[in-house]
Design a protein around this ligand. Structure first.
Ligand SMILES: CC(C)(COP(=O)(O)OP(=O)(O)OC[C@H]1O[C@@H](n2cnc3c(N)ncnc32)[C@H](O)[C@@H]1OP(=O)(O)O)[C@@H](O)C(=O)NCCC(=O)NCCS
Length: 137
């Protein structure tokens, strides 16, 4: 399994993986999310690939203060083999190499069991409420 930074050519396969693993929502455009993450130097999408097959992804970005992870996903046929662990560690390392001191992520309500996966990787629950407001209708 090879670790790569995705290029545009992989976007369709990444979106298919995100849809398959339940990460997309109607109000977000995953294609636009992917292209934006690949466009600038402060963000990327790392992936584990086997030839032309996409096994895992993690979008990483530095917002100028913290690092954030999004779209952490492993092909269901390849889960429970350490791919999740490897892609999250790689994304954290990508951020650390750019001087980012803390990495954070959000877990949707209803996906609570995934917090155990992150806790095994050293992430801690933070005592904060995350608030959001749409800037574009
Ligand atoms: C969460 C996810 C990325 C984990 O990937 P994975 O390749 O299966 O994880 P790993 O094989 O590296 O597992 C590492 C450890 O976490 C545990 N783990 C993985 N997913 C878990 C889950 N949903 N709940 C509890 N523990 C989990 C594994 O059992 C393993 O523990 P062990 O070493 O004690 O056996 C994968 O299940 C996935 O793609 N889920 C759907 C998308 C998703 O919910 N992403 C997270 C969005 S915040």
């Amino acid at each position: 399994m090879e670790l790569i930074e995705l290029s545009e050519a992989w976007v369709e396969r990444a979106v298919a993986l995100w849809e398959h693993t339940g990460l997309t929502r109607p109000w977000n455009d995953p294609h636009a999310d992917a292209r934006k993450a690949l466009a600038g130097p402060e963000s990327t999408i790392l992936a584990l690939v086997q030839g032309e097959r996409l096994a895992a992804t993690a979008m990483a970005g530095d917002d100028g203060h913290r690092g954030w992870l999004y779209y952490v996903a492993v092909d269901p046929d390849l889960q429970d083999q350490g791919c999740g662990w490897r892609i999250v560690e790689a994304a954290a390392e990508w951020l650390r190499a750019r001087g980012t001191v803390k990495v954070q992520l959000m877990v949707r309500a209803g996906n609570d069991s995934v917090t155990q996966f992150y806790e095994k990787l050293g992430f801690e629950r933070l005592n904060v409420a995350v608030l959001g407001k749409r800037l574009v209708p």
